[in-house]
Design a protein. Structure first.
Length: 79
């Protein structure tokens, strides 16, 4: 069996800092823009965040579901 790399745990403390900095940059960019650009930028930010969310969920499922699949196969064999 292959085991996923565990470097993710070292990134957890950095995520709030990235989020804060991204919010600060977007807030600064929004102050100096027109209303139409704000709507487009807001849509792009939400779409990007949604894509990142889906990528993380699928990567977590793909990389960490081996034991779950093993137990599901085991339960069908035992029946």
């Amino acid at each position: 069996f292959t085991r996923p790399h565990k470097e993710e745990r070292f990134l957890y403390p950095i995520y709030p800092i990235w989020t804060f900095l991204a919010a600060y940059v977007l807030d600064t960019a929004m102050e100096n823009t027109s209303t139409m650009f704000r709507k487009r930028l807001r849509f792009l930010v939400y779409a990007f965040a949604g894509c990142i969310f889906l990528c993380r969920v699928s990567a977590t499922y793909r990389n960490h579901s081996g034991y779950l699949k093993l137990w599901m196969d085991t339960s069908t064999v035992l029946e």
